[in-house]
Design a protein around this ligand. Sequence first.
Ligand code: 1MF
Length: 184
Amino acid sequence: MYGLVNRALHELVVARWGLPMWEEIRKRAELDVEEFNGFQAYPDSVTYRLVGAASECLNVSPESLLESFGEHWVLFTGQEGYGDLLDLAGANLVTFLQNLDALHVRVARSYPALVPPSFKCTDITERSLLLHYFSSRDGLAPLVVGLIKGLGKRFNTDVRVELLHARGPLSDHDVFRVEFELGD
Ligand code: 1MF
């Protein structure tokens, strides 16, 4: 994944637990990278190792760390040069979720090493929808829960998310039930 992802993780850890903790995590992950270059594509294993090491050092589950990270990602990219990209994707939760594939197409035009996930919304009502999440990567459903919660904050919308059907032998993707309270 692009270094931007690892930078976002770095920022989250430093903001919440301090720089010495990040150094410890970096050591435990056995990474000699001092600073991630946002523009460079790194092997996914780098990100997975960071999450694993952080989970051990911080004594939190990888799932809960991934969820925090998802929330942070929405904030972080909104502040770190991708605010316009996020603005273009929609002004409310539902539109944004429907436009996620288009957002990734736009990013991939400039950054061809992007390996984007795919999202589809079905069963859309005034207060809920089903979000289908297709990814070539494993284990990131908790990250998506955090991403949706982050979007809820971005749009001042109360959201509840639950994993309805996990990916597995019978299904090639995760399905989330998303309930929301659209303000106005
Ligand atoms: O393959 C990748 O490098 C990659 C990186 C980030 C693919 C996807 C993403 C974004 N995605 C992360 C979880 C992906 C899990 C998976 O692959 O199954 C989050 C998608 C998302 C979901 C809900 C709400 C917002 C979301 O993201 C918005 C977004 C998406 C991509 C970028 C920014 C915001 C982005 C922008 C530039 C990138 C990479 C990603 O690359 C750069 C960055 C800086 C300099 C050069 C290239």
